[in-house]
Design a protein around this ligand. Structure first.
Ligand code: SF4
Length: 110
């Protein structure tokens, strides 16, 4: 989370902004659902992911996937007392999403 949430330039590079409505709905799907995981996969490929996460946390957004994190993940980051604990949460979610993406790739092969 390096960029200031006040710097809105990151939105111009947001991967989700260019997606059709039916894909954008993934970002507000049920907790831990396949759709939510698919949204998180998109986030982890998104260049301004850190800025997006900072923005969501600064604005205290209570719903939706932002910066690759579900609301519960953001709560855990917020409650973490140290930078290393915050990083642990982010790394855990990143690993879960990578595992999901890998599994999805495998099951979608012809
Ligand atoms: S990190 Fe995710 S929610 Fe944020 S701008 Fe990128 S794709 Fe959109």
């Amino acid at each position: 989370m390096t960029s200031s949430p006040r710097n809105k330039d990151w939105r111009e590079k947001a991967l989700c902004a260019a997606l059709p409505d039916e894909i954008q709905e993934l970002f507000f799907a049920e907790k831990d659902s396949v759709k939510t995981r698919e949204a998180q996969v998109i986030c982890f490929e998104c260049e301004p992911r850190d800025s997006c996460l900072s923005f969501a946390m600064h604005m205290r957004l209570e719903a939706g996937v932002f910066g690759g994190m579900q609301p519960d993940d953001r709560d855990q980051i917020k409650q973490s007392k140290s930078f290393s604990k915050k990083k642990e949460v982010i790394d855990r979610v990143r690993a879960e999403v990578a595992l999901f993406a890998k599994h999805n790739e495998t099951t979608q092969e012809p």
